[in-house]
Design a protein around this ligand. Structure first.
Ligand code: HEM
Ligand SMILES: N[C@@H](CC(=O)c1ccccc1NC=O)C(=O)O
Length: 284
């Protein structure tokens, strides 16, 4: 047994020697731009837990970046009637959301006292100003023109958010697909001012009802509906965990972003991206 182990070690060493070429043009660190990435964690306060706070936010923003990458591509594929690749992207978003939800388990190791030590150094900055989070909300269909105003002083973010606000959401694009497939979707739901909040509609609920009642005839549309529901379900889980984590750490203090705090976050739980995909369940 011992001999076999030392054989394995030798094989491993030989393999390493054969495969590692240190003079490669592109190294791991260069490819990932690690020097820049790892220079971005600079706590202001000198308090131990501020590092965790920064890392968790940065990890979350990186996952949001990936979600946007997938969601924009999924919308484009649905527009082109290419549902299978869109499903793959929507499934990936759901897996990423699970990671983002799980991150709260790490953050809650920070006690209220730990956070209070550096909260003042955050000034008026707040997750409320996360332009990637807002873009994802717009893309999924929670349109609110007022949310763009926060970004007025940053031209690039302001223009990007304004653009996504005025484009159809992934749900609007799905309803256009339903219309192409012969469902009775009102014209005002396939062409409208996309910057305005979505209003639930009886015909849309009936169309989804038809799809859910006859899955064998409309399997791909049913699969699309369920992928969208997965995304919204996970988004709500994220919102809920955020709210409970905030309650656990700062109680009912006002937020640094100027909102009432927990009660603002609780109200966001009433928002729905795909209302008829939920109401259809009652109607069945
Ligand atoms: C100690 C941890 C945290 C606390 C105490 C906290 C607190 C808050 C509060 C009070 C708000 C309401 C806006 C305000 O007035 O500031 C808010 C919004 C928000 N936070 Fe956090 N947060 C924490 C961690 C995080 C993390 C890790 C993320 C991940 C990116 C995040 C993302 C957001 C987002 C996107 C909003 C806007 C939500 C919306 O407008 O619906 N927060 N947070
Ligand atoms: N709104 C938080 C502060 C906060 O959480 C925050 C501050 C700066 C950067 C990101 C943050 N995260 C989420 O809101 C608070 O009121 O304590």
């Amino acid at each position: 047994m011992a001999n076999r182990d030392s054989d394995k070690m030798t094989q491993y060493a030989v393999e390493l020697e054969d495969t590692v070429h240190w003079d490669q043009e592109m190294s791991y660190g260069q490819y990932l731009d690690l020097e820049r990435l790892l220079a971005c964690q600079q706590p202001n306060s000198g308090q131990h837990d501020e590092m965790l706070f920064i890392v968790i936010h940065q990890v979350s923003e990186l996952w949001l970046k990936q979600c946007l990458h997938e969601a924009h591509a999924a919308a484009e594929h649905i527009r082109e009637n290419k549902l299978k690749p869109a499903f793959k992207m929507l499934s990936r978003i759901a897996r990423i959301q699970e990671q983002m939800i799980h991150v709260w388990e790490v953050l809650v190791t920070m006690t209220p006292a730990d956070y209070t030590c550096f909260r003042d150094s955050l000034g008026q900055s707040s997750g409320f100003q996360s332009y990637q989070y807002r873009e994802l909300e717009f893309l999924l269909g929670n349109k609110n023109p007022r949310m763009v105003e926060v970004h007025r002083s940053h031209r690039q973010h302001y223009e990007r958010l304004t653009q996504v606000l005025h484009e159809p959401s992934i749900y609007d694009i799905s309803l256009q697909l339903l219309k192409r497939r012969g469902f009775d979707i009102p014209d005002s739901y396939v062409k409208r001012d996309w910057s305005q909040p979505y209003q639930p509609c009886a015909e849309v609920e009936q169309a989804w009802g038809e799809i859910y009642r006859h899955t064998d005839e409309h399997w791909d549309l049913y699969e699309l509906a369920e992928k969208l529901v997965d995304t919204e379900y996970n988004f709500q889980k994220w919102r809920f965990s955020h709210m409970k984590t905030v309650e656990r750490i700062i109680g009912y203090k006002r937020g640094t972003g100027g909102t009432a705090g927990v009660s603002y976050l609780a109200k966001a739980l009433d928002l729905q991206f795909f209302p008829e995909l939920w109401s259809v369940r009652t109607a069945m």
